[in-house]
Design a protein. Structure first.
Length: 827
């Protein structure tokens, strides 16, 4: 094994045997982070330990020397080779006299190994400590290199005692600058301070609170503040500013103001940043009065506002397009001899760009350049957007060229603005070519750019081109949503291109992408697309799919579908849509009436036809012992159609024919709804009294049979009384129903008089009817008690004598029927 390999294994074992298990602060509520549990530096010892177990005896063959240090067993370390330095990339040792940082700009880190800070694995190596390299990394603001050197140092008992508060604080500063902040690593540095007996400062605690603030963990930041006070330290201005900013960012203005007031009460003087924080919060919350209040308080106390102050105030007004007020603040800034920065110019230019004032944007751009400020990508994008707003496409293209000339790569927002302008100018192909340029430059292509181009092609009637861009969007891996598919569907429907429409409808319906499915707009587009090409069958199919998807069609779509079906002589589907339309919460009386008025005659004829079919099916069902489920379902569907037609026919000013009322009554009766059957008859009788319509005998019979069938005794009494008082016409079935209803009431005299009236009206009595009358009497008597039962027995006897005297043939018919029944029971 080489010297370097021995060194690595022995140093790892040192870390495992000597490092404390946890770093604890003074009391139970203090901050604690496991020093060795994090993969940041203790993982090397873990790897060695695990690797030793996996490699088994073969690894243990090498003999290791051990010494006793302060009662603990530690391996003997080989001497460190002189002049060996390690670079921050951990790629191994190299012979050089000094450690050279990769980058020396302030507050930066090496981009080549920045990702290493996010991807340290448990197999990270531990190298010999190198304090000069650690200090060089701190000076160079190389957070990765500094952290890695810190790890090397802390596993060496001698070297780690040389660490100082300024060094560790600087390291924490670098770690908090990471995005997101390396909070866990910061706690390890903090824990090392405690272990070495170094007293953390208020700044140290502020850095921890800053890390939690950047993570949005308000409760954790407050906990650190509690520890700061427990350590005998006092919050400083930076502490208060940090909490104020944290509360502002979490939209808790009240808490920010309370912290500000607390800072003043405790004698900590605020600074310009304190006031800027409050001004920014109230400006963003659209509370200009409060923003002005703190601005005036700041200036009254002698604090000089800076460029940041005016940036917040100017943005507050530009957000509401109050450019006059924004210009006043801009003028005051210049009056105070404060040089505007790019943020201020950006805010002003953005406000004017949104208003379409391209000339003022140009003036500010030139002023900014003359002031020695180099426009950045954001400034160029604003200037470009201002030009596109007024249709200056060539000017926008010139801005793109200027950006590239000064080595500023346009971003996706810049291309979005230019693509929109090109499409508005009808230069759709040029806009599409931007996609090629964006792919070549590695720009992220937002879905909105694709949609802009797709919509432009669609509006121009170039459906195939719109579909082609949509396909390219999928190939590029950009998520497709239902809105973009709707654009293509609508363009195809508008240009009568049913082939493209059906293709993309199938893709949408079958799931072109996870989570993408048709919405109400999709169904409406396709439905209307079939209607305009007079394909009522396909349109009705889409309508039914829409209902199954629990999406309510808009009234105008339903009306259009009704008209399409009527034009195609598909009256039954038309009525089905009309029936659904009546039940829809989106439909109103006007919409339904509009759908009906144009086709009133066709619907009346259809209702007559369906009503007659229902009557025939009822007669047929009465003769059959069994009715198939299919026949029953078909009959109920016809009943629904008749009821829907009746509701629409009676919603206008003109009353429908009397048969329409009867058919609607029969439909409700067949559906087992006697209440609505009686209601319709009541409406019909009111029209009769107004001399609008006459009631026919079959309609009266239907009412009586409903009362008889559903055993509505109260309705039966009122119906019989109405027939008698209003002289309503009766046919044979009507008389039969009246007689059975009277028999249920045990009204002997009325039964006999009605029998005579029936004969006088030309309807002969027969044994079947007489048997029904007797059966009705006996059914009533079976549930009666006491005197009522005795009375009903007398009624039956009296009726029998009456029939024997006036209609003896009825008794013969009854005897004959009973004899035939008994014979049918014989084997």
């Amino acid at each position: 094994m080489t010297l370097l390999a021995n060194l690595k294994c022995l140093r790892c074992l040192t870390a495992r045997l000597t490092a404390p298990e946890h770093l604890l602060l003074k009391n139970e509520q203090t901050l604690r982070r496991p020093l060795l549990s994090h993969r940041g530096f203790a993982s090397s010892a873990n790897k060695y330990q695990h690797g030793e177990r996996k490699r088994g005896r073969g690894h243990n063959k090498q003999e290791r020397k051990v010494k006793i240090f302060n009662g603990s067993i530690r391996p003997e370390l080989p001497e460190r080779p002189p002049e060996v330095r390690y670079d921050s990339r951990r790629s191994g040792p190299r012979q050089q006299k000094t450690w050279i940082p990769t980058k020396t700009n302030n507050d930066t880190t090496n981009p080549d190994h920045e990702a290493e800070l996010d991807a340290w694995e448990e197999g990270s190596k531990v190298y010999p400590p190198d304090m000069p390299a650690f200090e060089a990394a701190l000076k160079a603001n190389d957070r990765v290199g500094a952290w890695l050197k810190f790890r090397d140092i802390i596993v060496d008992e001698g070297e780690r005692t040389k660490l100082t508060i300024p060094q560790l604080t600087k390291l924490m500063k670098l770690l908090v600058q990471h995005d997101p902040p390396k909070t866990e690593f910061m706690y390890q540095v903090f824990g090392m301070m405690k272990q070495l007996g170094l007293s953390p400062t208020t700044q140290t605690f502020n850095l921890l609170m800053r890390a939690h603030a950047q993570e949005g963990k308000v409760a954790e930041a407050r906990r650190v503040l509690t520890e700061l006070v427990a350590a005998g330290l006092q919050p400083d201005m930076h502490t208060y500013n940090l909490f104020m900013k944290m509360y502002i960012e979490s939209d808790n203005l009240n808490a920010a103001v309370k912290f500000f007031n607390r800072m003043v009460e405790e004698g900590v003087a605020p600074d310009v940043m304190s006031y800027n924080t409050l001004i920014s919060g109230f400006a963003a919350a659209d509370q200009p009065e409060m923003a002005w209040k703190y601005y005036e308080e700041m200036t009254d106390l002698g604090y000089e506002p800076n460029a940041v102050t005016y940036t917040h105030l100017i943005k507050m007004h530009t957000a509401h397009q109050d450019m006059e007020a924004a210009e006043r603040w801009f003028a005051e800034l210049k009056q105070r001899k404060i040089a505007p920065d790019s943020f201020i110019y950006s805010a002003l230019m953005g406000g004017y760009a949104r208003l379409g004032d391209n000339e003022r944007v140009k003036e500010l751009f030139r002023e900014m350049v003359d002031a020695g400020l180099a426009p950045d990508r954001h400034i160029y994008t604003i200037a470009l957007h201002a030009k596109t707003k007024v249709g200056d496409v060539e000017g926008a293209i010139q801005d793109i060229r200027e950006m590239i000339k000064v080595q500023i790569q346009p971003d996706s927002v810049t291309y979005q603005s230019l693509a929109s302008a090109l499409c508005s100018a009808g230069r759709i192909l040029d806009a599409e070519n931007l996609l090629i340029e964006m792919r070549r430059n590695g720009n992220q292509i937002f879905p909105s750019i694709y949609r802009t181009i797709i919509e432009a092609y669609a509006n121009a009637g170039q459906v195939e081109d719109a579909a082609r861009v949509l396909e390219q969007m999928q190939l590029d891996g950009t998520p497709v949503n239902v809105a973009m598919l709707n654009v293509v569907l609508e363009a195809a429907a508008r240009t009568f291109n049913t082939e493209v429409m059906e293709t993309y409808w199938d893709k949408l319906r079958l799931g072109i992408a996870p989570g993408v499915k048709p919405n109400a707009r999709s169904y409406g587009i396709v439905l209307e697309g079939y209607i305009v090409v007079n394909d009522a069958v396909a349109a009705t199919r889409i309508f039914n799919e829409m209902i199954q998807a629990n999406i309510e069609p808009e009234p105008k779509i339903s009306v259009a579908l009704i008209n399409a079906n009527v034009r195609s002589r598909r009256l039954v589907p038309a009525v089905s849509v009309l029936s659904r339309m009546r039940r829809s919460a989106k439909s109103d009386v006007h919409s339904v009436g509009q759908a009906f008025i144009e086709h009133r005659d066709e619907f009346e004829k259809l209702m007559m036809t369906l009503g007659q079919e229902i009557e025939k099916s009822r007669v047929s069902a009465e003769k059959k012992l069994d009715v198939s489920p299919v026949e029953r379902k078909e009959a109920l569907h016809k009943c629904d159609l008749v009821i829907a037609l009746y509701e629409v026919l009676t919603s206008g000013d003109v009353a429908p024919p009397e048969q329409a009322y009867r058919y609607a009554m029969d439909a409700h009766r067949r559906k087992g709804d006697p209440i609505n059957t009686v209601r319709i008859f009541t409406d019909l009788h009111r029209l009769k009294e107004e001399s609008v319509i006459d009631i026919t005998a079959p309609t009266v019979t239907l009412l009586l049979r409903t009362a008889l069938e559903f055993k509505l005794d109260k309705v039966a009494r009122e119906a019989v009384k109405l027939v008698e008082n209003a002289k309503l016409p009766l046919d044979k079935d009507g008389y039969a129903a009246v007689l059975q209803l009277l028999a249920r009431s045990g009204m002997t005299s009325k039964i006999m008089s009605t029998m005579l009236d029936m004969v006088n009206a030309g309807y002969p009595l027969d044994g079947v009817l007489y048997s029904k009358i007797v059966r009705a009497l006996r059914e009533t008597r079976s549930v009666a008690t006491g005197e009522q039962k005795k009375s009903l027995r007398n009624v039956e006897g009296t009726l029998g004598k009456f029939v024997e005297e006036h209609f003896p043939e009825l008794l013969e018919d009854v005897e004959k029927e009973e004899l035939e029944f008994r014979q049918s029971l014989l084997p």
